[in-house]
Design a protein around this ligand. Structure first.
Ligand code: SF4
Ligand code: SF4
Length: 299
């Protein structure tokens, strides 16, 4: 069995990426399974998705503890304790990472050697080809398919299965073009082999947890007005930048920001608190005069 774990942030399409890979595997004759885990469903929050491909019926369920391949859509997750994308990786694991770093700048990730890390700027590929960040799902799903040795036609079948019910013909065509570019980008990378072992993944022991009232069980969540303590600025891939000369001071961005990260200055112009701004870009999309633009973060 091949076990693939996707890590991303809400809105980056990693659930769809896992489905694209699962559908592509199905077209290649594998028995497949995929499922996501969101926690609190929130744009920008860490999430995971799991895909299994096997030649026999899959009896495992849920979280993949020992992944053959980990796909990381956002390298800031490496430092996020809520995500821990490298958990359970060993010397036989492979990492596929979306990053702006050049290959020479990459270091080993825990037990995963430098040679088992494959990286490219899939965000740039998606923006250049489809002008949509949501297409990261296609780029990473297809690159993962290539790493598992699936053919381009099988990968494209997975993309079509997952996107055709939801997208216009024009957007589908752009995503197919992106799939071809992403597949070509991953060509030359070695194909991950199924582990020739009968050992089963580490099983997580389930324990029964007694319920305490929230004041005891989650005092830091329950405490009044403590959300500013949770700095969501490190979730951000793109930052909203104000061009004040275009701003009519309508306050729409101020009202719509889900993090209350926009305040108003003494002249009623919006001011972004970048410690809290998670980069959802609602302000960019909602501003009627396009006074906010999105600029990619450099970390
Ligand atoms: S929505 Fe646009 S125009 Fe309105 S206050 Fe915000 S930046 Fe200015
Ligand atoms: S300031 Fe804009 S990008 Fe940042 S959290 Fe608020 S709406 Fe989202």
């Amino acid at each position: 069995m091949l076990r693939i774990r996707f890590h991303g942030r809400g809105g980056q399409g990693m659930k769809t990426a896992s489905r694209i890979l699962g559908s592509a595997g199905f077209h290649a004759g594998w028995i497949v399974q995929d499922s996501p885990v969101y926690g609190a469903e929130r744009r920008g929050a860490p999430m995971s998705a799991f895909t299994r491909l096997a030649r026999e019926p899959i009896r495992e369920r849920g979280v993949i503890a020992s992944p053959d391949l980990v796909v990381i859509a956002d390298e800031t997750l490496l430092a996020d304790l809520a995500a821990q994308p490298l958990l359970g990786c060993d010397t036989r694991s492979t990492v596929l990472m979306n990053t702006r770093k050049q290959s020479a700048e990459l270091s080993p990730l825990g037990a995963v050697s430098r040679e088992a890390i494959f990286a490219a700027d899939f965000t740039a590929l998606a923006l250049e080809t489809t002008q949509s960040l949501a297409s990261l799902s296609v780029a990473l799903g297809v690159a993962a398919a290539r790493l598992l040795g699936l053919s381009l036609s099988e990968a494209l079948a997975g993309v079509t299965d997952e996107l055709s019910p939801h997208l216009s013909a024009e957007r589908q065509a752009k995503n197919v073009a992106l799939a071809q570019v992403a597949y070509a980008r991953a060509e030359g990378w070695p194909i991950i082999q199924e582990r020739q072992t009968t050992d089963s993944p580490t099983l997580v022991t389930l324990v029964e947890v007694a319920f305490d009232p929230p004041t005891v069980a989650a005092p830091s969540i329950y405490a009044i007005s403590n959300s500013p303590e949770r700095k969501t600025g490190n979730w951000r891939q793109f930052r909203p930048v104000l061009h004040a000369e275009l701003c009519t001071r309508c306050w729409i961005c101020f009202v719509r920001c889900p993090e209350a990260a926009i305040a108003l200055d003494a002249h009623d112009y919006p001011v972004v608190d970048y410690d809290q701004c998670k980069g959802c870009l609602l302000c960019v999309h909602e501003c009627p005069t396009h006074a906010f633009t999105a600029e990619q973060e450099v970390r």
